[in-house]
Design a protein around this ligand. Structure first.
Ligand code: ADP
Length: 259
């Protein structure tokens, strides 16, 4: 996508977009992108107009998870026409990066790219735009919260102590930036053996619930480690697009996150 993005001043809104919700995590690999795509699809299934902005510069996985393998068009070299998949309007920073190249952008470039994806993409009328953030507390998170009018953030974590430690920092960042934390999602909270039905808490038990209570933020839901979820994500059709207990679990979280 051509043009040199220029950072703008002041909190911006995206025309036609009623609310922007960021989805963050302290650590990478806890399932933030998986949860983002599934919540987007679950919200769309409930009749909402949903956009998904993949802002994970280090590992943009939404094109894969949402089953999109072409770049969005930009007929005039300025406006970007987003793609649609499983009822969700999608834009990924992956479309602006070269594949297999490491991201060595500095803060101002990241800021520009983020503002370009918010401002130059023709999102149309949306009830909610979910933003899949990179893990941690870096420039993208800062820019989004400071430069954009966002409704709130959701934090994804596993119950493992090392993940919670970082999740706490991310929550602290959102609170410092006066971004309401809408809730936490515990991912990989348990594993049920498909062979014998035995339940095991691979990353510990109840850690996110305890943390959420301590921090005074709602626990929006807990999701198990689930083979179907992983396979569905890899195949480009999120599990929430199907029928079954995982789709139901995502539907409940989707209902709880939007009042
Ligand atoms: P993040 O965005 O936090 O880096 P991803 O969503 O990319 O994490 O997930 C990391 C890996 O774990 C992916 O391969 C994904 O398919 C898998 N995964 C995420 N959540 C689950 C789950 N609940 N059950 C099984 N696999 C999962």
């Amino acid at each position: 996508v051509g043009g040199h993005p220029k950072p703008q001043q002041g909190p911006m809104t995206v025309p036609g977009v009623k609310s922007i919700i960021a989805i963050g995590s302290g650590k990478g690999g806890v399932g933030k992108s998986t949860v983002s795509s599934n919540l987007a699809v679950a919200l769309a299934k409930q009749g909402r107009k949903v956009g998904l902005l993949d802002a994970d510069i280090y590992g943009p996985s939404q094109p894969r998870m949402m089953g999109i393998n072409k770049r969005p068009a930009s007929p005039d070299g300025k406006t970007i026409i987003p793609l649609k998949s499983h009822g969700v309007t999608l834009m990924s920073i992956g479309f602006m990066l070269e594949e297999d190249k490491a991201v060595v952008w500095r803060g101002p470039m990241l800021m520009g790219a983020l503002q370009q994806m918010l401002g130059q993409v023709e999102w149309g009328e949306l009830d909610v735009l979910l933003v899949d953030l990179p893990p941690g507390t870096g420039d993208v998170q800062l820019t989004l919260c400071q430069k954009t009018k966002i409704s709130g953030a959701i934090l994804v974590s596993t119950p493992q102590d090392v993940a919670l430690l970082d999740a706490r920092k991310a929550i602290d960042m959102f609170q410092t930036l006066k971004t309401p934390v809408l809730g936490m999602v515990e991912n990989m909270s348990t594993h049920i053996c498909s062979n014998c039905g035995h339940e095991e808490h691979i990353f510990g038990h109840g850690g996110v619930a305890a943390e959420a209570e301590k921090l005074g933020v709602p626990l929006l839901g807990a999701l198990p480690i689930d083979l179907e979820t992983r396979l569905a994500g890899d195949s480009g059709t999120p599990i929430a697009a199907k029928e079954g207990p995982m789709a139901d679990a995502y539907a409940r979280i989707a209902q709880g996150m939007i009042k």
